[in-house]
Ligand binder design. Structure first.
Ligand SMILES: Cc1cc2nc3c(=O)[nH]c(=O)nc-3n(C[C@H](O)[C@H](O)[C@H](O)COP(=O)(O)O)c2cc1C
Length: 291
């Protein structure tokens, strides 16, 4: 897979992509990932589902989505002409469910599939990323259901991120997305209640960066042949350069796009400035020398 720039818009922060493309220029991106979709409709959690924290934010959306059948009918015809490649994101409760969604996404015309093994907001949901064997089973089922490139999106809370990534690569993942949100919690002094209806939720934004960056570094060192898409807390082109240096081949922007949907152009220009300063002509040249 080749991306025209190393920037990717992260799942859950750009809708089904076409809504975002109506208000933001897509030319800075190599790809944009649609919100995760499940085999059947999921209502998601009741409000409040978003809460700012002093640094970053918490979300507990619970992957509200219309189910793959409706998703394909509503969004399939709108995937083209957006000026950016669209990746789909599959979620489910079983390997078969993930595979069904992947088939639907391919039918709809996405260019690649992220397998969301790592949502922290599902009340009864298994976080497949925590268990290398379970993660591998899901990737294996998805791999058999599609010819598209498949990426395993893992949790920064995984007890052994290298083992989870290795199991996914072994099962046929073409790349890893590191990482999803971390499990977090906030409470209101006024209401004496959790900030989110579900209690805990996903923490994203600048505070996540050192943790996701650590995952990229560890997985790249252990599995240098596995392409990595870094994700977590990217706000600037310098952040992107740090992810590339730690071993990522591309980098996703998430929370930043909720605040500033058009930030990609600025981030890309900053990345070019950093590359010029460091005398690099291609993003891949930034990758840290192995010691
Ligand atoms: C409101 C919100 C919704 C999200 N929904 C999804 C989702 O549906 N699927 C998914 O894989 N990740 C989802 N994420 C996680 C992001 O794609 C990204 O992995 C995470 O926010 C970390 O990156 P960031 O710090 O740049 O936001 C969501 C994040 C936010 C803030």
């Amino acid at each position: 897979m080749e991306l025209r720039t190393p920037l990717v818009a992260a799942s859950g922060t750009v809708g089904a992509v076409w809504e975002w493309a109506e208000v933001a220029s897509t030319s800075a991106y190599g790809a944009a990932v649609a919100k995760s979709v499940a085999p059947e409709p999921w209502a998601g959690r009741p409000p409040p589902r978003l809460a700012p924290t002093r640094v970053g934010m918490l979300n507990g959306i619970g992957i509200q989505n219309p189910g793959i059948g409706t998703w394909v009918a509503e969004n399939g015809p709108r995937l083209g002409g957006l000026g950016v490649e669209v990746w789909g994101s599959a979620v489910g409760e079983s390997a078969e469910g993930f595979a069904l969604v992947a088939k639907g996404l391919e039918y709809a015309g996405v260019a690649a599939i992220e397998v969301n093994l790592s949502c922290p907001n599902l009340d009864d949901g298994v976080i497949f990323s925590f268990d290398p064997e379970a993660a591998g089973e899901v990737i294996d089922a998805v791999r058999r259901s599609t010819t598209l490139p498949v990426g395993a999106k893992l949790s920064p809370d995984s007890p052994d991120i290298v083992a989870s990534a290795a199991a996914c690569a072994e099962a046929g993942a073409d790349f890893a997305v590191l990482t999803n949100t971390a499990s977090g919690f906030g409470v209101s002094l006024e209401t004496r209640r959790p900030l989110l209806s579900g209690g805990t939720g996903g923490y994203s934004g600048p505070g996540l960066k050192p943790i996701s960056l650590r995952c990229v570094y560890q997985v790249h060192r252990a599995l240098p042949g596995l392409p990595i898409v870094g994700c977590g807390g990217v706000m600037t082109g310098q952040d992107v350069a740090e992810y590339l240096m730690a071993g990522a081949s591309a980098v996703e922007l998430g929370t930043l796009l909720l605040a500033a949907p058009s930030a990609g152009g600025r981030v890309l220009a900053e990345l070019v400035e950093v590359m010029d300063r460091l005398g690099c002509h291609r993003p891949a040249e930034l990758t840290m020398a192995a010691d």
